[in-house]
Design a protein around this ligand. Structure first.
Ligand SMILES: [Ca+2]
Ligand SMILES: [Ca+2]
Length: 396
């Protein structure tokens, strides 16, 4: 084979690969979400949003782009790392409002690449992409979860997701997360035409724990190819969430422990002391706080106790009259923030430490993690505000 022929064969082999490496997908996802607070359908159901993207596998290859709407409107897409271009729509409360901004029809994606062409692709958005079907728990599924008995299997059912003739790829997902131990999750997925119920095992429904449920309908179709072979996609994701608490058995104390002003309480360890009527410590436990401050502790102690809650950087608080012979739900408490030197008082010494570290970030010579009262990685005015608010208070 001559050198020229070799070159032509190589060029033919390589050119589509170059194009594919440049853009590998482009498309839109429409998302709707709601919250279920009774056995009735969520009402109002939805908060809608959209995301449009052009994606490359190679950073530095996508520099700028526009999204052309049916009717002639054009929007600039935001570049990220030269590998993705985004356009985020507004938020809408109904599908009708969404359709005013994103009408049905053909959308034009234009990008400015560093190399090569083509640089335009099209996507046809059809009525089926605006499926307005709220997923929600049916029958008495929602109410059967509220304050339900621990250790007992729960059968749940939900609405179907049967959008006629729509996507080539649909999925229903139910996820239940234990907020006290966020690593503990129950997840099942299935074909929406048949997967409309599940039994949550009682072993997952633990005494006194607080849970979040999310039911999602997802559909996905690929109506087009563009940019020389990249997949064009339209996705719809409809999600409904709810929360519930499993009833506490005797020996379980549970509720929400609020670490005043902390931006990420689940990174914090809390300590619980059980005290008898004379103030003697019967038992001490320490755990990481759960999502949103939810906690639960189990003990073999019996009778009526006082419970002291504490966490590093906070003042302790005592809750009296906790009866361990029955389950104790919603023992909720807020701990004052700002005991930087951990001496049991929020006072002048803490103020001095905060002043020394004021304006600092991690890595600065005067930075102090203890003085970052809010835990947001900066010692600044919000930290001062929390310290000032609780100034002069003591441990209980
Ligand atoms: Ca102090
Ligand atoms: Ca801070």
């Amino acid at each position: 084979m001559s050198a020229m022929k070799k070159f032509l064969v190589l060029a033919l082999l390589v050119s589509p690969l170059i194009t594919l490496a440049q853009v590998n997908s482009y498309g839109m996802v429409f998302s709707g979400s709601g919250t279920q607070t009774s056995d009735l359908p969520p009402d109002p159901y939805a908060a809608w949003s959209s995301q449009t993207a052009i994606s490359s596998l190679t950073s530095g290859t996508l520099l700028a782009g526009t999204l052309g709407f049916p009717g002639g409107r054009s929007e600039t897409m935001i570049e990220a790392d030269g590998s993705q271009l985004y356009f985020f729509g507004d938020y809408w409360s109904t599908v009708g409002e969404l359709l005013l901004d994103f009408p049905l029809g053909i959308y034009q994606f234009d990008m400015i690449p560093t190399v090569g062409s083509p640089d335009t692709a099209f996507l046809n958005i059809a009525a089926v992409d605006y499926a307005d079907v709220a997923p929600y728990l049916t029958g008495i599924s929602w109410s059967s979860l509220q304050a339900c008995a621990p250790g007992v299997d729960r059968a749940l059912t939900w609405t179907g997701f049967n959008v006629p003739g729509s996507s080539s790829d649909k999925i229903t997902t139910i996820q239940i997360t234990n907020f006290v131990d966020a690593s503990s999750s129950f997840v099942q997925t299935g074909d929406p035409s048949t997967f409309q119920g599940v039994t949550v095992p009682g072993t997952f429904l633990e005494s006194g724990r607080f849970y979040g449920m999310n039911l999602t309908f997802g559909s996905f179709r690929s109506p087009s190819m563009g940019f020389g072979g990249a997949t064009g996609y339209v996705g719809t994701q409809l999600a409904t969430g709810c929360t519930f608490k499993v009833a506490a058995l005797p020996g379980t104390i549970s509720g929400q422990l609020t670490l005043d002003g902390h931006v990420n309480p689940s990174t914090k360890v809390y300590t619980v002391e059980l005290l008898d009527s004379l103030g003697n410590v019967l038992e001490t436990q320490s755990h990481f706080l759960g999502y949103s401050g939810w906690y639960a502790i189990d003990t073999d102690e019996v009778g009526v106790v006082s419970v002291r809650f504490d966490s590093e950087g906070y003042l302790s608080k005592v809750v009296q009259g906790v009866d361990l012979s029955v389950g104790q739900d919603y023992v909720n408490i807020t701990l004052p923030n700002g005991d930087i030197n951990e001496d049991g008082e929020i006072g002048p010494a803490d103020f001095s430490l905060l002043a020394l570290a004021f304006g600092s970030f991690p890595g600065d010579p005067n930075y102090s993690a203890a003085a970052d009262i809010t835990g947001d990685g900066e010692v600044g005015p919000p930290d001062f505000a929390y310290l000032a608010f609780s100034f002069g208070q003591f441990d209980e």
